[in-house]
Design a protein around this ligand. Sequence first.
Ligand code: ZN
Length: 79
Amino acid sequence: MPIYAYKCSACGHEEDAMQKMSDTPLTTCPACGQATYTKQLTAAGFHLKGSGYYATDFKNKPEPPAPACGTGTCPACTG
Ligand SMILES: [Zn+2]
């Protein structure tokens, strides 16, 4: 079941709600009771913390070895 992040624009209350896709989105803020409670675009739990996450990940991966062609004449074969 997906988790949705909700935020109230009136009082700033934030809360995650576990709902089915078919469930009606919540509109009433549980903190102040106003109908200013809206679903956020990004669901909690899907945040990628740190912008350099992917760059670091790729940098640490070793280069794949060049495939040898089998003729013994190319740099991959002769080493
Ligand atoms: Zn509120």
